[in-house]
Design a binder for this molecule. Structure first.
Ligand code: SIN
Length: 281
């Protein structure tokens, strides 16, 4: 008799990153085996997508809690009854989209979130896709001598970097926690080792990284600018087109993301939960 090996379907959407997961209804209780398969799919594909999940905030929180401990976002208040759920909102009269720059989430924290789960509530008629980029491949595709240099470097990451700070300005204005961005800064390795897969990934990003430790911004800029261009090559990326009730669940330790801002005049609202991570090494 053959044993059933898997209860979920995993369909890669590119050759480098991203997979759609089928056969799961996260509003229902999930078995330990199913949760383990979803985690395996996340580790293998860096970002996973689930469609047609009709869930409440409580059910989103319950699902996410199978994979780690939900955290709060430092700058914008969460939902009144669910402080760990941050509304990711752009209104019709706004031109700036939240997080609208390539980044990994809140790397200016000493222990940045391991993962983020975004749930689509309201979408524009077209547009508002999110891109993801594989930072294992970004690292592995560099020459060995250059990798050796990067392996020895530490990056300073700041919440106050203007380009990213501006993307949260509308939500800080209407639902800010009062925390000043300037106080959040963290030093992390430029190349981090994933604590679960053991693989090395590039861990700088244009949204938050300001310089290498021990160097000035001007000294750091040529290499950082090269890395910012390199790490989002189309070969490392996938693009996810949202539908209402879709979920994207990504691993911040090895993937970056970029929400496309091509839907002015329309509302886009998603519910975001991040999961606590550990200190990068
Ligand atoms: C984010 O950076 O968390 C927002 C991503 C998105 O809106 O697609």
């Amino acid at each position: 008799m053959s044993a059933r090996l898997s209860s979920i379907e995993v369909r890669p959407i590119t050759g480098s990153i991203g997979a759609e997961i089928g056969g799961v209804d996260i509003s229902q209780d999930l078995s330990v085996a199913t949760i383990a398969e979803i985690r395996r799919a996340l580790l293998d594909h860096l970002v996973i997508f689930l469609r047609d999940q009709e869930i409440t905030p409580a059910q989103q929180l319950a699902f996410v809690s199978h994979f780690g401990e939900p955290d709060t976002y430092p700058f914008v208040k969460g939902l009144a009854d669910y402080p760990q759920i941050t509304p990711i909102l752009k209104l019709p009269d706004e031109t700036v989209n939240f997080g609208g720059i390539w980044h990994s989430d809140t790397v200016y924290l000493p222990e940045p979130p391991m993962a983020t789960v975004l749930y689509a509530k309201q979408l524009p008629p077209t547009g508002g896709d999110t891109l993801f980029a594989n930072q294992y491949l970004a690292y592995e595709s560099l020459s060995v001598p250059f990798r050796n240099i990067l392996d020895g470097l530490t990056a300073i990451n700041s919440a106050a970097k203007g380009s990213a700070a501006q993307t949260r300005s509308n939500r800080v204005a209407d639902a800010g926690t009062g925390l000043a961005a300037v106080v959040l800064e963290a030093a992390h390795p430029v190349v981090r080792t994933h604590p679960e897969t053991g693989r090395k990934a590039l861990y700088v990003n244009t949204g938050h990284t300001v310089r290498f430790k021990g160097m000035t911004e001007a000294e750091s800029a040529p290499i950082l600018d090269f890395l910012y261009r390199h790490q989002i090559k189309p070969e490392f990326c996938c693009r996810f087109t949202w539908r209402p009730a879709s979920i994207a669940f990504w691993d911040n330790r090895c993937a970056q993301h970029y929400p496309v801002n091509d839907y002015h005049g329309h509302t886009r609202l998603l519910h975001r939960i991040t999961l606590k991570g550990d200190k990068p090494y």
